[in-house]
Design a protein around this ligand. Structure first.
Ligand SMILES: Nc1ncnc2c1ncn2[C@@H]1O[C@H](COP(=O)(O)OP(=O)(O)OP(=O)(O)O)[C@@H](O)[C@H]1O
Length: 313
């Protein structure tokens, strides 16, 4: 990890009762980067974000945001962090343009142009009253207000929830414009793999409270490989392929119709030797998309191989 990280966690752990919901998390968000935080429902993303924002105490370990321990963030630190965890409060009786004026009067670094452009992308009429807006439109005004206050770090927890496809595109474009200068950073928790692939530089993937992938999107895509294996159907074949098989850096093997799709990280000579040892089978490499790579990790309850880049672990 480097001095330019805007978020750093050190063995961050949180229990609820006797259950570890976030477990020994070590990860970082480098300055100027957009990091997509992925994981199934209940993986621990919101709990992690709440600890980062100082809204929840870690049971063990620690986290720093903008160089300060999250438990000690001052109001001026908080003014530099935009987040949607508790939503940007909007007065229902205000018109959208009054929200803009209110933001300008209450935030010294307010960027009115950014607010206007974001609202336009979401197709929101600035004469409309907040109370008249749909849930998705309110989310658009809330996001525009959070970003126009000019934070250096943005933490978004599932911001696309309930947005239609046009608003989702507006959200992505707004995030990308926000990061255009290369100085601002975003931690974006999401279930939308396409959107994360489109906007993020890095992917951080949580399974059962643990970080199992933490690298750049390109590195992740390039280092995962898959093969389709056609083997005679028999109880022993399915048992052999569906339980951890002795293939180095094995991630997952799942049935696809009558065949099996096997996924590994960093294939090498040892992988090919292990594949060749599967008897009576036809084995073909298949192209792996970002979505395939993520699903290979998410579709197993147990993770056999964690994936970190050296600098981020
Ligand atoms: N206050 C709490 N008390 C007890 N358990 C909790 C509490 N908050 C969260 N949990 C549990 O911790 C686990 C992780 O929850 P969390 O909200 O962090 O998951 P998530 O990855 O954000 O999920 P989602 O994608 O559904 O938003 C869940 O099993 C949840 O039920």
């Amino acid at each position: 990890m480097s001095d330019t990280d805007v978020i750093r966690t050190h063995r961050l752990t949180r229990y609820f009762g006797s259950r570890p919901v976030v477990h020994d998390l070590d990860f970082a968000v480098p300055r100027g980067q957009i990091v997509g935080l992925l994981g199934l429902n209940g993986a621990g993303k919101t709990t992690t974000i709440r600890m980062l924002l100082g809204l929840l105490e870690p049971t063990r370990g620690s986290c720093e945001v903008l160089g300060t321990d999250s438990r000690e963030l001052t109001p001026s630190d908080r003014a530099r962090i935009g987040h949607t965890v508790e939503g940007h409060f909007l007065y229902p009786w205000m018109r959208v343009r009054e929200c803009e004026r209110f933001g300008r009067e209450t935030h010294p670094q307010w960027d009115g142009g950014f607010f206007e452009r974001s609202i336009r992308r979401f197709g929101i009429d600035s004469d409309a009253k907040v109370a008249w807006l749909s849930r998705g439109q309110r989310a658009g005004v809330s996001l525009a207000s959070t970003l126009a206050s000019n934070p250096v770090l943005l933490i978004l927890d599932d911001p696309a929830l309930g947005l239609d496809p046009v608003s989702r595109r507006a959200l992505n474009e707004t995030i990308l414009e926000f990061c255009e200068s290369g100085e601002r950073s975003v931690l974006l928790s999401s279930h939308l793999l396409d959107d994360v692939e489109r906007v993020a530089d890095r992917v951080a993937l949580m399974v059962d409270g643990m970080m199992v992938v933490n690298t750049t999107i390109d590195d992740f895509r390039n280092r995962i490989a898959s093969w389709v294996i056609e083997a005679p159907a028999s109880p022993t074949t399915s048992e052999a392929l569906s339980t951890p098989i002795p293939i180095p850096r094995f991630v997952n093997c799942r049935p696809v119709g009558e065949r099996w799709q096997l996924t590994v990280v960093d294939p090498g000579d040892d992988t090919h030797a292990a594949l060749a040892a599967i008897e009576n089978s036809v084995i073909e490499p298949v192209e792996v998309t970002f979505e395939d790579a993520v699903l290979a990790y998410l579709s197993r309850s147990r993770v056999y191989h964690s994936f970190y880049t050296e600098d981020a672990s």
